[in-house]
Design a protein. Sequence first.
Length: 72
Amino acid sequence: MAEDYVRPPIVALEAPSQRAAIWRFRIVMGALLALLVALIAWVAHIIITSGNDTGGTVGALRHVHAIVTLLR
């Protein structure tokens, strides 16, 4: 019967770079924040421009309802 033992590595691995982790976090959070701001601006644009319809605020509420339905 052959033994399937694998010995652990002798040399320890280098610790991951903390600076790289910080910058990766900043970039990801910045991208998510920019996406959130763009989404809020888009929804505000839809609400504001739909108020020019003959239906008034009813048209705006219809668009808000459609957006909320899409987000579910």
